[in-house]
Design a binder for this molecule. Sequence first.
Ligand code: URA
Length: 209
Amino acid sequence: MGNVYVFDHPLIQHKLTHIRDKRTGTKEFRELVEEVSALMAYEITRDMPLREVTVETPVAPARCKVLAGKKLGLVPILRAGLGMVDGILRLIPAAKVGHIGLYRDPETLEPVKYYAKMPSDIEERDLIVIDPMLATGGSAAAAIQMIKEMGGRSIKLMCLIAAPEGIKRVHGEHDDVDIYAAAVDERLNEKSYIVPGLGDAGDRLFGTR
Ligand code: URA
């Protein structure tokens, strides 16, 4: 069964509080989401393997560590996922970025793919799927399925806020995927918004409504 990791670092929690606040405007919201994303990337990459190399310092040779193992790929789900990408890239600039766009079919209510472009070596990368608001989990579960069908093997899901319903759905369909979030909230409301959540992440990021 997949795990859920909630990042309780004080800086992440402090910034998330301001992100949630309805008085926070678009510019500050976007900046805070970027900052939290960078802090979360720091935590999420804790288990990355290292290997030893020797470098010459101005004084002497030094045995040091560099990242080993697989390279990273980020896959934001459009459009709100875009808001977390730059913060992560600030820490991991070599990561490649795929994109996946889904809309909900108004009749079946099932997610339908309208755009997908992945790094060419997707099979060889550790992938982080980015969905800031894990609400029903329908889009995230569908995106992960599509990414697997395109060759993705090693997948983590990164969210700002997750609802219990979304966690259950993703783990019900993908028990190999660990979920990383800054908070797990109470529930969904009748419009499938996370309560208390932060509202519509896409609208707050891009100043739309
Ligand atoms: N998507 C959002 O942006 N917010 C929610 O609360 C749920 C889904």
